[in-house]
Design a protein around this ligand. Structure first.
Ligand SMILES: Cc1cc2nc3c(=O)[nH]c(=O)nc-3n(C[C@H](O)[C@H](O)[C@H](O)COP(=O)(O)OP(=O)(O)OC[C@H]3O[C@@H](n4cnc5c(N)ncnc54)[C@H](O)[C@@H]3O)c2cc1C
Length: 416
């Protein structure tokens, strides 16, 4: 346990935000923008300023002289009037007393608490002996960047968004790359083979080798620093660097015993409010109601901002006795791999399919509509950011497949 945390003067706060990622800073900004002048405290396990994570698997790995992608300067944070307790974990929540206990033993009182503790990489303890890399923090990114630069052969476990971004940056750096996943196709956590196959093909064109539908049987250090992977199909492969990117788990350890931590994150209503009206959860850690019987935890950058915005309005609504707001934003995630920007607005239903809206192989771009029968669940864009954005209103309005195809919002600009 630490003896001290880096904190400014210790007054009790009206709003306490636990977590030092993008969702926490966005929430503080939203409160201030809405005119809240009450004290706000952010407790962050990480030291220093709040930084952005998406560049960690992209530019930071590629850059010869990477800079930490800070989200706000010291001056900007000062102007927000937010008290920050950094390099310090919250370790316990006392709901009855409305207090958060820090690892130093100090406590912070709150009127409203926001849980914004994000997620941590899902680990593969069986591989601990060979010391695989995980990627979540700035320090992780620097360590991985250095290792990839010194290596010839990179093994990536996990053909999800993060694993594939690491594969792409490693290939751009000229490394040999193999990707292993127990799923039969890439991106299996967010879509079916219609999504995963073109993405895996893109990687194959760039020289990535895939081993899909197989797991790791054993991983052994060879003595020369290299690692031999024996896959469940009996094949053996030697890599210099092993990266595990098999998803993330919500950080809720400090909430044990509070009744707020569910099996996969902190459950909230559509306004990001937990079962306790004074406690909200936002960002990666929150399992938010998205519709009747539909609660989802999204590890998406825009979701961090969207949930922060609705929680900020919810806090103020509670204090003012107003009706709490609900989340109306669509899920959105993007990924940059080689020269492709892949975007998913809405979601892909496991029982649904993708139908083509725009196919332009010469320009290397397409737009496909994710449908389940007549229901449009989302759109997927491949190098078509403006077109994806133009579908937003129709998706929010609940357009049917026929209506969306007829109105073709992706063509709107060309028609003018
Ligand atoms: C490498 C990488 C690349 C990504 N790329 C994309 C992308 O291309 N597109 C996209 O849509 N999304 C991307 N994401 C996801 C996106 O960055 C996350 O969804 C977003 O960072 C979530 O923000 P958050 O504030 O909820 O959590 P986090 O950013 O995880 O922040 C949570 C913070 O809380 C702190 N904390 C945890 N426990 C405690 C505690 N007990 N006390 C105090 N502090 C605590 C943590 O140390 C951390 O600083 C990427 C993520 C990573 C890691």
């Amino acid at each position: 346990m630490r003896d001290t945390c880096d904190q400014e003067d210790a007054v009790s706060a009206e709003t306490v935000i636990v977590g030092g990622g993008i969702s926490s800073i966005r929430l503080a900004e939203r409160l201030r923008r809405a005119g809240d002048e009450d004290p706000i405290t952010i407790v962050s396990a990480e030291p220093g300023l709040v930084y952005d994570r998406p560049p960690l698997s992209k530019g930071v790995l590629l850059d010869d002289d990477p800079r930490r992608p800070d989200l706000a300067t010291e001056e900007a944070l000062g102007a927000l009037g937010v008290r920050r307790v950094t390099g310090c974990r919250a370790v316990r929540l006392d709901q009855a007393a409305r207090r958060v206990e820090l690892e130093t033993g100090e406590t912070l009182s709150y009127d409203d608490l926001v849980i914004a503790t994000g997620s941590d990489p899902r680990r593969l303890p069986a591989l601990d002996e060979v010391g695989p890399y995980y990627l979540r923090t700035w320090d992780d990114a620097l360590a991985l960047r250095e290792a990839v630069r010194e290596a010839a052969r990179i093994g990536v476990i996990g053909a999800g968004v993060l694993g594939l971004e690491i594969a792409a940056t490693s290939r751009v750096l000229g490394r040999e790359v193999m990707v292993v996943d127990t799923a039969p196709h890439a991106l299996a956590r967010i879509g079916g083979p219609e999504l995963g196959t073109p993405v895996a093909d893109l990687h194959r064109e760039h020289g990535v080798r895939f081993h899909l539908g197989v797991g790791i049987d054993t991983a052994t250090e060879n003595g020369d620093g290299a690692i031999t992977l024996r896959l469940t199909d009996g094949t053996e492969h030697v890599v210099d660097v092993l990266v595990v990117a098999i998803g993330a788990v919500p950080v809720t350890d400090w909430l044990q015993g509070s009744g707020l931590a569910g099996h996969d994150g902190v459950e909230t209503d559509a306004g990001c409010r937990t079962s306790d009206e004074r406690i909200f959860a936002i960002g990666d850690v929150a399992r938010v109601e998205r519709g009747p019987g539909d609660r989802r935890r999204l590890e998406h950058w825009t979701n961090a901002g969207d949930t922060a915005a609705v929680a900020a309005r919810g806090i103020l609504a509670r204090r003012r006795g107003e009706t709490p707001p609900t989340l109306t934003e669509l899920p959105y995630v993007w990924s940059d791999q080689y020269d492709v920007k892949l975007q998913i607005l809405g979601h892909l239903d496991p029982d649904g399919s993708l139908i083509p809206a725009v196919e332009d192989p010469e320009a290397g771009r397409w737009l496909r509509i994710a449908v389940r029968g007549q229901e449009v669940t989302g759109v997927v864009g491949w190098n078509m950011p403006a077109a994806v954005n133009r579908c937003r209103a129709a998706l929010i309005a609940g357009a049917t497949t026929d209506e969306l195809l007829q109105s073709a919002p992706w063509e709107r600009k060309a028609r003018r």
